[in-house]
Design a protein around this ligand. Structure first.
Ligand code: HEC
Length: 156
């Protein structure tokens, strides 16, 4: 193998490793105000995919509680505030913290924590005394980054 081919292979291997290094829900570092300063994936979020997650009932379903005027999703809710202009109210780190676990900012909120797996009363515990197995977060690390990327486009 030539030296060039070898280093190209190494670079490819290193970037594959970086993609696999998502921050696990239990390892997320929140600051005192509930913000997360570091990307959960190291991969830039895709705003178009973020909007899809927000409008999809089986994914984020944010529009069930929040109005987003530019979204064409039917039946947008008003349990939470409109997200129009949300990027003017919160910076990227704060938005990431809000989507991952809004309870850090609003302790009593009805908004689900989308990247959290601990601190719940787990189904099954009451009957068997055993844990019900590993819970998965509601959204993946990359879906959180995608949603945050979309929210950053919502300025007025
Ligand atoms: C069950 C309803 C519900 C769902 C679903 C929900 N939220 Fe919320 N959200 C709220 C409520 C209520 C608040 C206001 C905080 C409070 O409880 O006082 C809020 C607050 C926020 C805020 C702060 C808004 C501001 O202007 O201050 C952001 C950002 C946000 N939500 C984003 C999202 C995103 C993104 C999703 C989907 C991934 C989502 N929410 C899903 C109920 C919801």
């Amino acid at each position: 193998m030539t030296r060039f081919a070898l280093s190209a292979t190494l670079v490819a291997l290193m970037s594959t490793a970086a993609v696999a290094e998502d921050v696990a829900p239990s390892d997320v570092a929140y600051d005192d105000y509930g913000a997360i300063a570091q990307s959960l994936t190291g991969v830039a979020g895709d705003p178009a995919e973020g909007l899809r997650v927000m409008e999809t009932r089986s994914a984020g379903n944010c529009v069930a509680c929040h109005q987003v005027s530019v979204s064409t999703a039917a039946f947008q809710g008003n349990v939470g505030p409109s997200l129009d202009g949300v990027a003017d109210r919160w910076d990227v780190d704060q938005l990431r913290g809000l989507v991952a676990n809004a309870k850090m900012v609003f302790p009593d909120t009805v908004m689900p924590s989308f990247y959290r797996v601990s601190g719940y009363i787990r189904p099954g515990d009451a009957f068997t005394g055993k844990a019900a197995g590993e819970l998965s977060p509601l959204l993946t690390a990359q879906q959180i980054e995608d949603v945050v990327a979309y929210l950053q486009t919502l300025s007025e």
